[in-house]
Write a protein that binds this ligand. Structure first.
Ligand code: GLA
Length: 718
């Protein structure tokens, strides 16, 4: 049985699958040159710690699926039983393959896929583990468990974990809520368990998102960092664990509700992928995830269409003439995709009624959506439409006809949230109903884009026809299947994952959707932080990023167009503003921003992300650098007070250190408010030529501006 060393994009994993034991990672981190059979075997020996006093006589070796049978007293990877029996299976590996071929005693290679098959000592369970090192240097693993025995096996938990070294002493993960998504939280790596559980039946605005452990004080460009992400849009966990002997793990998996997965003979359960990333700095780590999503097929191009979403302009007040007027104004400023949001169907005149009836309302749309869709298409824009396929208002035709389709754990329905309940897609007839209603709309109209929303948590989400047994697992799989079927039937259809703003953002949903709505909060003051941290996993071209009204509908703050737009252009640009209220000057300035984005989007949305360390929280410096390092866009956002202090310098990373670049400020539309430029800008704003190293280590003086402003710079190799 083998030792396997895989190396890709500067990352090496050394997997020990010797002696019939479940695989364990001897090394996961920076590339190890010269890793031959001898060194690999040596590392297995030299990694072996001295037994602690009063510890098992044979030291537990922490496998990807940690097991009690090895003496491990931390969190087990597998929990379940045959009515109390067989709760601590001892697995013996029977087969190990690398890229489909039986593994040699020692295998060294590039990116690759290791498959391990194991059986338990009683011959009742079959376990398959897949471990992949991807070309991006990302690691991912998943497990499948099959019950081979007659009695039913009740699965409680199946999680995988990757070890991290003792130097990884600080954690970073995320929390959040509606309108405040992806708030970073740092903490010391605790003794015991740091467990992030999600029971919302969706990824969650408060999801751990990515759980990092790194060398203390790690930043965007500094430190050694390991991170995990559970790629699952239903209930799930992320955890960091340090046991009494000092071993540290990062893990995660699906969170199963009581009795949710019971395996009859021959049945199997497959866990979600657990992704692992290593990076020297958060930027390197983030770029691995970006490259991973950019390699997706079909890809999401950097050349994303500028979008107008009418939600904040009209809310539920659908009037054909007004919506056509908005379409005309949108086209005039260069918009390329027009999205009609909530309110077009059934009795949905506000959020208390009609949800779940995916039929165009004859009351507000007597001639169907045709007049609007036709006009939008004639104006050269794509048409997009909002759905919330998993949800119903109790006051809807579908809920009245099929109350048994509503997810509930007992006869009484769960507590309402936004006056809505969850439709059980795990029931085949309910699934078929939704599928056929959506298909009918897609067949009737020329629709290129769906905004797929999901606006409540799944609490007490049981299957009524099955005594209210938990249905979140089945619901999550049905959601994926529905996305897959719609995409297969309508190739080229783009789908946005929205969930009360940004509550469904994870790598599983992003295998099937093409953009995420970052937050319902479009206030650029808050969006600066959300973009900064949402890009830790998701590349900018996936981030729905809109220019909102001058006064934020969520926070009530007022912001200049230059700050709103200068924030939004670093994502998939859109507009969510009642353009009938924009002045002629604002409309002209908006047009300038749209044109500028259209010229620069290949780089803005296709480059390598960099975020600068060393500034107080209220100053956010970030940028995108062309992969060949020939040019870059940078932004410095000042979100508070009359900063920066005069002595603060703009320091920029990401360019070739010995390359020479002209750095110059770029002003689109009106200049930032309160601007007093530094002398180096020059009268014609031609800037200066500096080396990449000078820009990084010495920096340049900043202008003075009012708070809540952004200053853009471009760097071009000379
Ligand atoms: C959610 C979304 C919004 C909008 C509304 C419509 O809150 O996040 O963007 O689509 O639903 O009801």
């Amino acid at each position: 049985m083998p030792l396997i060393a895989l190396t890709a994009s500067g990352v090496t994993v050394l997997v020990d699958a010797t002696a019939g034991r479940l695989p364990a990672l001897v090394h996961w981190g920076r590339e190890l040159p010269g890793l031959d059979a001898e060194l690999a075997a040596t590392l297995v020996t030299t990694a072996e710690p001295v037994a602690g006093s009063n510890d098992p006589d044979v030291r537990p070796r922490v496998a990807l699926l940690p097991g009690h049978d090895t003496g491990w007293t931390g969190r087990p990877g597998l929990r379940g039983s045959y009515a109390g029996a067989g709760w601590s299976p001892a697995f013996l590996v029977t087969e190990v393959t690398v890229d489909g071929t039986p593994a040699a005693e020692f295998h060294a290679g590039g990116a690759g896929r290791i498959e391990v098959r194991a059986g338990d000592d009683a011959g009742r369970l079959e376990l398959r583990l897949v471990v992949e090192l991807l070309p991006t240097g990302l690691l991912r693993a998943r497990a499948a468990l099959r019950n081979l025995a007659e009695p039913e096996y009740a699965l409680e938990d199946l999680v995988l974990a990757f070890p991290v070294p003792d130097e990884a002493d600080e954690l970073l993960d995320f929390t959040g809520r509606h309108n405040q998504e992806r708030v970073p939280v740092r903490s010391p790596f605790p003794a015991g368990l740091h467990l992030r559980e999600n029971r919302k039946g969706r990824t969650g605005a408060d999801s751990a998102y990515l759980l990092h452990a790194g060398t203390p004080g790690f930043g965007f460009g500094t430190g050694r960092i390991w991170a995990v992400h559970t790629a699952w849009s239903g209930n799930h966990t992320h955890y960091a664990e340090q046991v009494h002997t000092g071993e540290r793990l990062l893990g995660g998996g699906e969170l199963l509700l009581p009795g949710e997965v019971r395996l009859a003979r021959g049945d199997s359960y497959e866990s979600p992928w657990l992704y692992g990333g290593y990076g020297a700095g958060l930027d390197e780590l983030a770029r691995r995830f970006h490259r991973h999503l950019r390699a997706r097929r079909p890809p999401v191009p950097a050349r994303r269409p500028v979008t107008l979403n009418v939600w904040e302009a009209v809310y539920f007040d659908h009037d054909t003439d007004r919506l056509i007027d908005l379409a005309e104004r949108a086209a005039a400023v260069g918009v390329e995709r027009y999205v009609l949001d909530d309110g077009w169907f059934g009795s949905r005149r506000d959020d208390t009624s009609g949800l779940g009836d995916w039929v165009v309302s004859p009351e507000v749309w007597p001639r169907g959506l045709h007049p609007l869709v036709d006009r939008v298409r004639a104006l050269g824009m794509q048409f997009g439409l909002w759905f919330e396929p998993e949800m119903v208002n109790p006051d809807s035709d579908v809920a009245r006809a099929h109350p048994e389709w509503i997810m509930a754990a007992r006869a009484a329905w769960p507590i309402e949230s936004r006056t809505q309940q969850v439709l059980n897609l795990g029931i085949p007839s309910a699934y078929e109903h939704v599928r056929s209603q959506i298909m009918a709309v897609l067949d009737e109209y020329d629709i290129g884009y769906l905004k797929w929303d999901h606006n409540r948590d799944l609490t007490e989400a049981g299957t009524q026809p099955d005594q209210g047994r938990p249905g979140v697992h089945a619901q999550t799989l049905a959601f994926y299947r529905l996305l897959d079927e719609l995409r297969a039937a309508h190739p080229g259809l783009e789908i946005e994952s929205c969930s009360s703003g940004g509550a469904r953002v994870d790598l599983a949903v992003l295998e099937r959707t093409d953009r995420v709505w970052v937050s319902d909060n479009i206030d650029p003051h808050d969006r600066q932080r959300m973009m900064r941290w949402t890009t830790q996993l998701v590349p900018p071209e996936y981030l729905g990023s809109h220019i909102a009204s001058g006064r934020s509908h969520v926070t009530g703050r007022r912001h200049d167009l230059s700050f709103r737009a200068g924030t939004a252009i670093f994502g998939h640009l859109g507009i969510e503003w009642d353009l009938t209220e924009a002045t002629a000057a604002e409309t002209a300035e908006l047009r300038e921003w749209v044109t500028y984005f259209q010229q620069e989007r290949d780089l803005l949305l296709g480059g390598d992300l960099v975020r600068m360390d060393g500034y107080p929280d209220r100053i956010l410096v970030h940028g995108v650098v062309a992969p060949d390092r020939s040019r870059a866009w940078y932004a410095m956002a000042i979100t508070d007070s009359i900063t920066p202090d005069p002595a603060v310098r703009l320091r920029l990373r990401g360019l070739d250190r010995d390359g020479r670049y002209r750095l110059r400020p770029v002003i689109v539309g009106a200049p930032p408010s309160g601007l007093i430029p530094p002398r180096w800008w020059g009268a014609d704003r031609a800037g200066r030529v500096l080396t990449g190293a000078a820009l990084e280590d010495v920096g340049v003086a900043c202008p003075r501006v009012h708070p809540d402003q952004v200053i853009l710079y471009r760097a071009d190799r000379v």
